[in-house]
Write a protein that binds this ligand. Structure first.
Ligand SMILES: [Zn+2]
Length: 150
């Protein structure tokens, strides 16, 4: 298989036709049957930390590459302008490194997102913190009272 065709859908069909890349913009998901022909379903979610889809009006590209390390075929390829570019197989070490890098990038992304949380959200956080402080004080006062009543 050297090329694929893309199909914009609302829902990813249960049976994936080989050589078709199904794209659900509504659900931010892209799925296709493994390009090696093994028939395994490859699902590539679209998100800032997962895959990015480029559509130029005629063809699609997915970034980064698709590495099916969990399948027995362990195929690895790029989909660029509806063409499949086969990439080299990764060694176990490289796969592990890649997965760690991905984890790290996700962690950084979510930290940044948290830092950007709106002022309102932060105020809400502060308010909950204060509330828990006062309730802790409340318990302390009750305990003191109990102590002096002894
Ligand atoms: Zn495969």
């Amino acid at each position: 298989m050297k090329t694929v065709r893309h199909e914009f859908v609302e829902y990813i069909p249960e049976e994936l036709e080989k050589g078709v890349v199904y794209i659900s913009v509504a659900y931010g998901i892209v799925a296709h049957s493994c390009c090696c022909g093994c028939g395994m379903e490859v699902s590539t979610p679209l998100s800032p930390t997962d895959w990015k889809l480029t559509y130029d009006g005629e063809s699609i590209s997915l970034y980064p590459s698709i590495g099916n390390w969990n399948f027995s075929c362990k195929s690895h390829y790029w989909i660029t302008n509806n063409r499949i570019k086969w990439a080299g197989q990764w060694s176990a070490t490289k796969i592990k490194e890649g997965q760690q890098q991905e984890k790290y990038e996700k962690a950084v992304y979510y930290e940044k997102k948290k830092a950007k949380a709106s002022k309102g959200e932060r105020e809400l956080l502060e308010a909950t913190k204060e509330e828990s402080c006062t309730s802790a004080n409340g318990i302390w006062v009750k305990m003191k009272k109990w102590f002096f009543n002894l």
